[in-house]
Design a protein around this ligand. Structure first.
Ligand code: EPZ
Length: 422
């Protein structure tokens, strides 16, 4: 297994190119199951989760050609299997995204229950209830969701008790091939959901309400879709992570290939703390703060402050004057990075789902362990300012969602090396 070694205390500077969004690439890959033509997808992030889902599609019978690490050709008109096996799904819970398309197209499928992960139980009950509402018979057998809809799915009113990003995406893809109209109420409206809506609309599906919490979809009654070429939108969470790299080292960094509109809650918070933010059409620049004020964050669905940047801002809070507060409202266990940050000397106290961070402590390098994707990026950020050397272990978590992280950070001036555990 690999680990990262980081020597802290250096200012950063320069430019970083943001990759395609992992959380847009995943539903887009799953939607390839609805497509009858050869599909080209560009600007895919070269990360483990994307490779895992591509493997799952191949296992189902899609023909895949990697044009480059960031571009793929997929032909899915000759799919023969409808079972998403545990061995692949357990590696990446977003594999649940094949449930809607497989069921809508074939009228049956078996998808392994994804199981939980470090940040919480991650149930998929809302996905299952929605498929049942659309006419599927669903049972859980031996850890698999066994779904049947021999006459295809029928359009229906889906009211989500909680806003769910992949739940909304699953229903969108199911509704695209269902018979009749589907209304999704309390839908997620993250940029990644919007891109999926736009792709399906361009492929001939009638969709209204794009960008709102209420979506209307008229299905094609199992007629496959003709997709245009797709370019994945920039990754707003990767972008926010690099903004935090600039913020925590109080440096100037220019981000390229980014959509500032997708990061407004994040850039507003950074300005409030004291940083300069310059937004142009496809770039974002952060410049140093003369004083970094403590802040408050409550994570919520888009366009509010994203839970996927909660850990990164907690690392930043250790460098701000005074006591910051971060409340995690989406996941029940998304504070795994707290104990690791404390190993570096961070002064953090937890009370339920609220963390209080008292800034001003000098962080000292140590051995720490990554526990989940975004927690590991928070440890990298903290290591950039910790005195001496920090080793971050189990960085396979990082590789799931960050493309060439150590290369991009080295280019910004960080002293970071990937080494092999002995
Ligand atoms: C998506 O996960 C993202 N993943 C997550 O990013 C992100 O943290 C999350 O949305 C919230 O923004 C992808 O898009 C692939 P949810 P998802 O369904 O869809 C509860 C990352 O770091 N819920 O929006 O799985 C759930 O427990 C990852 O890139 C149910 O109760 O999240 C949570 O409390 C981590 N039942 C809340 O809803 C369900 O059936 C939001 O979850 C589904 C969800």
């Amino acid at each position: 297994m690999d680990y990262l070694q980081i020597k802290g205390g250096r200012a950063l500077g320069g430019e970083v190119e943001i990759s395609g969004a992992k959380n847009s690439a995943l539903p887009i890959l799953a939607s390839a199951l609805l497509c009858e033509n050869l599909l080209r997808i560009r600007n895919l992030p070269n990360v483990a989760d994307v490779k895992t889902l591509a493997k799952l599609l191949e296992h189902l019978g899609s023909e895949i050609e990697w044009v480059s690490p960031n571009e793929i050709l997929i032909r899915s008109d000759r799919i023969i299997h409808t079972k998403a096996i545990y061995d692949i799904v357990r590696k990446m819970r977003a594999s649940i995204l094949v449930l809607g398309p497989l069921l809508a197209r074939f009228g049956k499928c078996e998808v392994s229950l994804p199981g939980g992960c470090a940040i919480g139980a991650r149930p998929v009950d809302l996905h299952i209830k929605a498929m049942e509402k659309m006419g599927a018979d669903i049972s859980i057998e031996g850890g698999y969701i066994v779904a049947k809809a021999p006459n295809g799915l029928k359009g229906s009113d889906i009211i989500f008790d909680k806003i769910t990003v992949t739940g909304t995406e699953n229903v969108l893809m199911a509704a695209a091939l269902a018979k009749g109209e589907t209304k999704i109420i309390n839908a997620a409206k993250e940029p990644e959901v919007i891109q999926l809506c736009e792709i399906l609309k361009k492929a001939g599906v009638e969709i209204q309400g794009i960008g709102s919490n209420e979506l209307f979809v008229r299905g094609t009654d199992r007629e496959l879709l003709k997709f245009e070429e797709i370019s994945v939108i920039p990754d707003r969470i990767e972008a926010g992570t690099y903004l935090c790299a600039g913020a925590i080292t109080n440096s100037s960094i220019l981000l390229k290939n980014v959509l500032p509109l997708h990061l407004e809650a994040v850039t507003n918070k950074l300005s409030e703390i004291g940083f300069g933010i310059e937004a142009k059409e496809n770039t974002l620049k952060i410049t140093p703060a003369s004083k970094r004020k403590a802040f408050e964050i409550i994570t919520t669905e888009y366009p509010g402050f994203p839970t996927d940047l909660q850990a990164q801002f907690m690392a930043l809070a250790t460098q701000c004057d005074g006591s910051s507060s971060i409340e995690e409202r989406l996941f029940e266990n998304r504070f795994m990075h707290v104990s690791e940050l404390q190993r570096l000397g961070a002064n953090i106290t937890l009370r339920g789902n609220v963390a209080k961070i008292t800034g001003g402590e000098t962080l000292i390098g140590a051995d720490v362990m990554a526990t989940d994707l975004r927690a590991s990026s928070a440890l990298v950020l903290a290591a950039l300012v910790a005195l001496g050397q920090t080793q971050i272990h189990r960085i396979y978590h990082l590789d799931r969602g960050y493309e060439r992280l150590e290369e991009k950070l080295s280019a910004l001036g960080a002293q970071i090396t990937r080494l092999k555990e002995k």
